[in-house]
Design a protein around this ligand. Sequence first.
Ligand code: GLN
Length: 309
Amino acid sequence: MPDLTEAVSEIADAMAREQRRGTVASYIPELAKVDLDQFGITVSTLDGDICCAGDADVPFSIQSVSKVFTLTLALGSIGDALWHRVGREPSGNSFNSIVQLEHEKGLPRNPFINAGALVVSDVVLAGHPPRVAIGSILRFIRWLADDEDIAIDETVARSEAATGFRNMALAAYMKSFGNLVHPVEMTLGVYVHQCAVAMTCRQLATAGHFLADGGGRSSTGHRVVSPERARRINALMLTCGHYDGSGDFAFRVGLPGKSGVGGGILAIVPGRASVAVWSPGLNQHGNSLLGTLALERLAKAMGWSVFGP
Ligand code: GLN
């Protein structure tokens, strides 16, 4: 068995030397200000080991990684009825694409593209004022990460709310098909706040640990979701978690993963570990460039790809 601590520190060294950096997301003005030169990694194993390297304790905007947590909450509240409003197929299009919505009558391909995540946020709203739904999302994430210090970066939320015209279009378009229940402003308000949750790699790896642990939280003995639900969320992360880069991520890394335009990726090694990586520079699909490289190296070094060693 290769040594995990060694593998993690070698990866952090290699990433520090890497010439390619990618580009920060600039369509959310606040994210454009983040220093490109950062890289963090945390691996949290089922044996209880936590290995960190680089900027693992620097908070970053989790952005679309939040979609894993809101999906878990929405499934918890309405169960499989969610699948009447959101599909489960990879889209092959960019995360903020609108094209398929016309053919599919306002039904988004999957819960991880923006359109699907907006429907999920609409489900989490469940007739409550947005601040109540936002509070319940934040509480859930804090509970999963076992860390009350996790907070929402209001500046990032406001920055996206002021400029998120593409998401406004997606929401309005789905509303026209009746696939959003609440006023679009309310759904968008929840969505930009869940995306603006700031977390460190250490917190994110801990929060996602239940997906590696068959839905359980062995540290406290609580169950978050059933093993079947954890398996299904992992399946969606594998097939849809990196948008039109999901095939390439499966090919290179071979793990369920969810990326965000803040540069974070949560990856799951079922039965073994959860991994959070962060580096703000993105590739052409809006996924962390160094984060993906780091996961590719980690999966290879540890023989962790779900497709075999
Ligand atoms: N808040 C971002 C958006 O809606 C999230 C996108 C992402 O992280 N891929 O554009």
